[in-house]
Ligand binder design. Structure first.
Ligand SMILES: Nc1ncnc2c1ncn2[C@@H]1O[C@H](COP(=O)(O)OP(=O)(O)OP(=O)(O)O)[C@@H](O)[C@H]1O
Ligand SMILES: [Mg+2]
Length: 477
C-alpha cells in the first residue's frame, strides 16, 4: 500500500549527463527516489552507478541536467573516505563534536557515537583507530557518519560489499527502519537477493542509461540480471579437478590478537580449491596475512618448495593491491619485481608490462578508456578485476583469493569464478577465503569452517550442507 507520504519525491534527477575523457559515464538519466522507499540501483561494473550517486550527493558536477533534493543528502561511498589516523568517534563526528566551551567534550562524543551505533545495531569500538580496522568495520564507520547527520535522502554505494552475512541482516534492519521513518534510500548493490528482499523498486543502468525500472513485486532476480548484462549470464566453468601433490601445508598456526588463529592445520593441494567459510573477524585476516608473510606467527606455513610461485588477491584492493594514481600498466609492472619479464637490464620492461596488462584487460573484461589512465578512474568492480587478473597472469602454483568477487557484477563474477576454476583445472592450488557462502559452495572442492580462530569443521565441497555450515559458522557445537 502506498501512502501519500511514501509517494512524495525526495530526490529528483533530471536529464543527468556526465562524461569523462573517453567515456560517457551517465547518459541522460531521470530518476526519482521517494520518501519512505528503498530503491535499488543496479548495473554492470562501469555502468555509471557511483558517478550518478556522487552527482546526486553534490560531489561531482553533471555536464547537463538537474538535481533537486528536499532536505540533506548523505552518501556512503563505495571507496571509504575516512581519516585513517583518527579514531572511530572522531571520524563519525568530524566537525560536529560536542564541546564544553572551546574544548571537545571527548566523553560526550564517545557516548554519542556508542549510542548511535547501538541504536542502529552496529557495534563498534569508538576508540579504535580507523586504519587498524578491517574493511567491514570501516564500512560501518562511514555509515555511522552519515546516520549522525540524519539525512532526508541516504545514498548507499555497495554498503554490504564488505559486510559478513549476519551483519547484512542487521544493516538492512537499520535501513528499513530509516525508510519506515520517511528517509528516501537509494542503495547500489550487486547482490540481487538483497534487491529482491529489501527494495520496493529497482532501476537498472547499462552503459550510463536506465534500461529498466520496475517494482520488485513485478520482477525476479533473473530478469534483473538479464537487464543488467543485456542477455544471458555466462555459465561457470565446470569442476574437472585432478588433485595432485600438496602445495601448501599449515600446521598449528597461531597468531596474536582477539581475531587471531588458535592452532590451525590445513593443506591445499595442487588442482583443488579449498574454501574457508566463516563470518568476518574469526581469523580470516590473520590466516591471509600469515600466508603472505606479513605477520609473525607460531607454527608452520610451508610451501612444497621454496620456489613455489604465489599469487595473492588481498582483502582490500585500495590499500594492499593497487596504487590508485598509477595506470594499469604501471600497477602490473611495479608489483612483479620478482618476475624476470618485468626487467630489461636495469630498467623496467614496460613493453612486457603493457602486453600483460592487455592480457589481463582482455581475459577479465576490464572496462577502461585506455591502459594508461590512473586506475582511480576505473569503476570499483573494474579495479577488482585487475587485482584478480594480475594475481593469475603469471599462472602461480598457489593462489590466495580473499573475497575475489567483492564489488563485481553478476556477469563479471561468473567470469572471474570461471577463471579461478580454470586455474584450478590447470593445476593451481587455491585457497579461497570468502564471506559469500554461495561462492564457496559453487567453487570449493573442500570447505573448512573457520570459527574463533580454529577450524570448526571440514566438508566435501560437492556434498556440504548449507544449514550445517551456517550452524558451525555461528559457533554451534
Ligand atoms: N574520475 C574519473 N575519471 C575518468 N573516468 C571515470 C572517473 N570516474 C568514473 N569514470 C568512468 O565512468 C564510468 C562509470 O563509472 P562508475 O564508477 O560510475 O561505475 P559503477 O556503475 O559504479 O561500477 P562498479 O559497479 O564497478 O562500481 C566508468 O567507465 C569509469 O571508468
Ligand atoms: Mg561503483
Amino acid at each position: 500500500m502506498e501512502t501519500g507520504r511514501a509517494m512524495s519525491v525526495a530526490l529528483a534527477l533530471r536529464g543527468i549527463r556526465k562524461t569523462f575523457p573517453g567515456v560517457v559515464a551517465v547518459d541522460g538519466v531521470d530518476l526519482d527516489v521517494r520518501r519512505g522507499e528503498i530503491h535499488a540501483l543496479v548495473g554492470e561494473n562501469g555502468a555509471g552507478k557511483s558517478t550518478l550517486a556522487r552527482i546526486a550527493f553534490g560531489e561531482l558536477h553533471a555536464d547537463a541536467g538537474s538535481v533537486e533534493a528536499h532536505g540533506t543528502v548523505g552518501l556512503v561511498h563505495q571507496h571509504f573516505e575516512l581519516v585513517g589516523r583518527l579514531r572511530v568517534w572522531q571520524n563519525v563526528l568530524l566537525g560536529r563534536e560536542p564541546r564544553t566551551g572551546w574544548r571537545i567534550d571527548t566523553r560526550a562524543a564517545r557516548a554519542r557515537v556508542t549510542h548511535l551505533a547501538q541504536r542502529n545495531g552496529l557495534s563498534i569500538d569508538p576508540d579504535a583507530l580507523v586504519e587498524d580496522l578491517p574493511v567491514g568495520m570501516r564500512q560501518r564507520v562511514e555509515l555511522l557518519r552519515e546516520l549522525e547527520r540524519d539525512p532526508a535522502v541516504l545514498l548507499l554505494d555497495e554498503p554490504t560489499a564488505a559486510l559478513a552475512p549476519g551483519e547484512i541482516d542487521a544493516f538492512f534492519a537499520t535501513i528499513e527502519q530509516l525508510a519506515h521513518n520517511g528517509t528516501a534510500v537509494l542503495v547500489v548493490t550487486h547482490k540481487l537477493n538483497e534487491v529482491m528482499e529489501h527494495a520496493q523498486r529497482v532501476t537498472v543502468m547499462r552503459h550510463g542509461k536506465i534500461v529498466e525500472q520496475t517494482q520488485i513485486a513485478r520482477t525476479s532476480a533473473r530478469e534483473i540480471a538479464q537487464a543488467m548484462v543485456g542477455g544471458e549470464l555466462p555459465a561457470i566453468a565446470q569442476r574437472a579437478a585432478t588433485v595432485l601433490a600438496p602445495c601448501l601445508s599449515i600446521r598449528d598456526l597461531r597468531t596474536a590478537g582477539a581475531a587471531g588463529l588458535r592452532g590451525v592445520d590445513l593443506d591445499v593441494r595442487r588442482g583443488e580449491i579449498v574454501g574457508i567459510a566463516g563470518v568476518e573477524g574469526n581469523g580470516q585476516s590473520a590466516l591471509a596475512d600469515a600466508i603472505a608473510g606479513m605477520i609473525t606467527h607460531a607454527g608452520t606455513v610451508a610451501f612444497a618448495s621454496p620456489h613455489t610461485t604465489v599469487g595473492i588477491v588481498p582483502q582490500d584492493r585500495a590499500r594492499e593491491a593497487l596504487v590508485l594514481g598509477w595506470s594499469l600498466v604501471e600497477n602490473v609492472a611495479f608489483s612483479r619485481f620478482q618476475n624476470a619479464r618485468m626487467h630489461a637490464g636495469p630498467f623496467v620492461n614496460f613493453a612486457n608490462a603493457r602486453t600483460d596488462a592487455q592480457t589481463i584487460a582482455q581475459r577479465f573484461d576490464v572496462r577502461a578508456a585506455t591502459l594508461d589512465v590512473p586506475v582511480a578512474t576505473l569503476s570499483g568492480g573494474n579495479q577488482q578485476k585487475i587485482v584478480v587478473g594480475r594475481a593469475l597472469v603469471d599462472h602461480p602454483e598457489f593462489l590466495l583469493a580473499y573475497n575475489p568477487t567483492r564489488g563485481i557484477d553478476v556477469g563479471a563474477a561468473a567470469l572471474v569464478q570461471s577463471r579461478l576454476v580454470q586455474a584450478r583445472n590447470d593445476g593451481a592450488a587455491i585457497l579461497l577465503i570468502s564471506f559469500e557462502l554461495d561462492e564457496i559452495l559453487a567453487l570449493a572442492d573442500r570447505v573448512l569452517v573457520l570459527f574463533n580462530g580454529s577450524i570448526a569443521g571440514a566438508f566435501d565441497g560437492a556434498s556440504a550442507d548449507r544449514g550445517e555450515l551456517g550452524r558451525l559458522m555461528a559457533g554451534g557445537a
